[in-house]
Design a protein around this ligand. Structure first.
Ligand code: DAH
Length: 337
């Protein structure tokens, strides 16, 4: 019996040395308890006088083994903690993950800035549809089917009377049909023309403005454009109106701003003229007012339309319109207000 106990002690202690986890130690303890049970069961076959001695031996064996299990449990727990720490170790000297903030597209930046400037002058926003009828895009704007001015804009037709709008001017009609003067609206949006080179894209953005009220004159237009130019470019930017032609305005003007690059002295950007053409404008043609049920003898108005890409290209010194639509993130993320 004594030998059996000694052998078991050796075996269990040796196995205990090798345990690395709480689970392995627990399984070993269960095994030990089963073996101990068998030993204790064997006691009943011993002669009566040997029983107390042997009982003492077994007791001592049980207690010493339990102490050994407890001691090992402390060691195993420590080992497990060390393993956990090693697995979860974070190298705080590693460089952090870099999250780059998004940036607004230059067209969005310019559009927002335009809205800001004109909202400050009391303009309200109106957004018309990108698919327009021939009537809103041309006819109501004093450009009937046989009008030569239709050749100024190469149009994508979807059906005989349905097209992708070529100009946000179509919004003028939609607003005047619904609202009575005084009207003061700003209408940004995408427009489409069959046109494609370094400064033209088949899809681009325009910003339209329309003011209709009693006693509106060309001077109001010029004053407002001056305010816009100084806010958008520099405080010394000047405005120049040149006679032009649009079917929906009379008189019509082409609006130039003094070159923000050279201040008007003449440089590459302004091709030596000191002026840069930025938008079309004019007094709303009385036929257009009539088409919308507005009495041209009572009300007058001015309108203007500009290309947002053109403003962005001037403001940020971009020379190819295509770079605005290639969506190279390195390019489009470098502009800020
Ligand atoms: N719609 C014209 C264009 O796309 C621009 C324009 C000119 C708009 C004169 C106007 C305006 O409102 O009065 O070329």
């Amino acid at each position: 019996m004594q030998e059996k106990i000694n052998a078991l002690r050796q075996e269990i202690l040796a196995a205990m040395e090798k345990t690395e986890s709480g689970r392995a130690l627990y399984e070993l303890k269960v095994k030990f308890q089963q073996e101990l049970k068998t030993i204790m069961a064997g006691m009943k076959d011993l002669p009566k006088e040997e029983k107390p001695v042997f009982g003492k031996i077994v007791n001592e064996f049980k207690q010493s083994m339990e102490a050994a299990f407890e001691a090992r449990a402390v060691v195993v727990k420590e080992k497990e903690m060390q393993q956990k720490y090693a697995a979860e170790r974070i190298d705080i000297s590693m460089p952090g993950k870099k999250y780059t903030a998004g940036a607004l597209h230059p067209i969005t930046l310019v559009k927002n800035e335009l809205i800001d400037i004109f909202a400050g002058m009391g303009f309200k926003m109106f957004e018309g549809p990108e698919i327009e009828t021939d009537y809103y895009n041309f006819t109501a704007l004093n450009t009937p089917k046989d009008h030569p001015a239709r050749d100024m804009q190469d149009t994508f037709y979807l059906a005989e009377n349905l097209l992708l709008r070529t100009q946000t001017s179509a919004g003028q009609i939609r607003v005047m049909e619904k609202e009575a003067p005084p009207i003061k609206i700003l209408s940004p949006g995408r427009v489409f023309r069959s046109d494609d080179d370094a400064t033209h894209s088949p899809m681009f953005h325009q910003m339209e403005g329309l003011v209709v009220d009693k006693g509106i004159t060309l001077c109001d237009l010029q004053g407002m454009l001056g305010e816009f130019a100084r806010k958008m470019f520099t405080s010394s930017t000047k405005v120049r109106l040149r006679p032009s032609y649009f079917p929906f305005t009379e008189p019509s003007v082409e609006v130039d701003l003094s070159c923000s690059e050279c201040g008007g002295k003449g440089c590459r950007l302004c091709k030596g003229t000191g002026w840069i053409e930025v938008l079309g404008a004019g007094m709303v043609n009385r036929h257009v007012l009539e088409n919308c049920g507005v009495d041209p003898d009572e009300y007058t108005g001015f309108a203007f339309g500009m290309g947002i890409e053109r403003i962005a290209m001037l403001k940020y010194g971009i020379n190819n319109i295509k770079t605005l639509f290639e969506n190279d993130i390195r390019f489009i993320s470098q502009f800020e207000d």
